[in-house]
Design a protein around this ligand. Structure first.
Ligand SMILES: Cc1cc2nc3c(=O)[nH]c(=O)nc-3n(C[C@H](O)[C@H](O)[C@H](O)COP(=O)(O)O)c2cc1C
Length: 291
């Protein structure tokens, strides 16, 4: 249904939002544009309507450069201590027209449901954390869509919320260190139009009325993605992997699992295991093991 003719515009914005990591040099935008973008964040939903965020719009080129330096150090730590992850250089904080940093304020978690007897503490702490992080995800995504709607582009930079980077950012930008920079959004004009990136088929992720086990992705499938496919799905310009010239070579026996409606034709579900670490040896794992 089209509400006041807006639905298709909205879909255009959603589908054309792309993570772009190279910006045109020497461009500027006014505060009015950046305010409109942050206004999109203002309308994000949040648990108990707490609006547990603040947005620091870094517009001054000298301050942008200082922020970029923080992220260059963060990128170096990633290269040194999380080997194997196909991260790009945080140099893409160069040539931004602004960098929007979304700060989460954990004090507001007290406004979410609190346990009234100790045996329910854990249950509600988990619930509070989920509400807090999901609210921050909503504001960051609204801002990203606002950026796209202005004809600009961004990427969602996760680094910032971890202690080392957050300490540097809070010292630089002046917010209390117990607040955290959960999302850093470099904004700029893209050097080139970025095509769509890999997405699963809709029929694979959309379950009707109940969870369909044939649509389940197995532990081994996730291991294969982590060890082998990830750098290509993150950075190649094809929504459909079948358009890759080396599709058969890269996917091997996993071709159907990643591209059809039913990655798990047996319909068999698996037990919970230790999901905290990758299990199989692929390129990424080998890089980690070498260190
Ligand atoms: C929570 C989150 C954290 C992300 N962190 C980073 C990051 O640190 N660096 C980066 O280059 N991209 C980051 N991204 C962007 C993803 O890599 C990107 O969204 C994904 O590969 C799909 O590409 P697309 O956004 O162009 O569709 C992040 C995205 C999300 C949602």
């Amino acid at each position: 249904m089209t509400v006041k003719g807006r639905t298709s515009d909205f879909r255009d914005v959603v589908e054309s939002r792309r993570s772009t990591r190279k910006f045109v040099k020497g461009k500027e935008v006014g505060r009015d544009v950046l305010e409109r973008i942050v206004e999109c964040g203002r309308w994000a939903p949040s648990g108990a309507n707490v609006q547990c965020w603040d947005c620091i719009v870094v517009h001054d080129p000298a301050m942008s450069e200082e922020v970029r330096q923080v992220f260059l150090r963060q990128a170096q730590r990633l290269r040194d201590h999380a080997k194997g992850f196909p991260a790009v250089s945080k140099n893409y904080l160069s040539n931004t027209v602004a960098i929007i940093i979304v700060i989460g304020d954990p004090r507001w978690k007290v406004c979410f449901p609190q346990a009234t007897s100790p045996e329910w503490d854990e249950e509600y702490q988990d619930n509070n954390e989920a509400i807090f992080l999901c609210s921050l995800g909503a504001v960051i995504q609204n801002i990203q869509l606002g950026v796209t709607a202005e004809g600009l582009t961004s990427a969602w930079l996760s680094g910032g919320g971890e202690d080392a980077t957050n300490r540097e950012l809070s010292a630089l930008l002046g917010y209390p260190a117990w607040m955290k920079a959960y999302g850093t959004i470099p904004v700029g004009f893209p050097v080139a139009e970025q095509d769509r990136r890999y997405r699963r088929p809709l029929e694979q992720l959309c379950h009707w009325d109940r969870y369909e086990p044939r649509q389940y992705r197995t532990h081994e499938q996730i291991d294969f993605y982590e060890s082998t496919l990830r750098p290509f799905t993150m950075y190649r310009d094809d929504e459909d992997m079948r358009d890759w010239p080396d599709f058969a070579e890269k996917l091997g026996d996993w071709a159907d699992a990643f591209t059809t409606d039913e990655p798990n034709p047996s319909g068999k579900l698996e037990d919970e295991a230790d999901f905290s670490k990758p299990r199989t040896v692929g390129k990424a794992t080998k890089a980690r093991n070498r260190s």
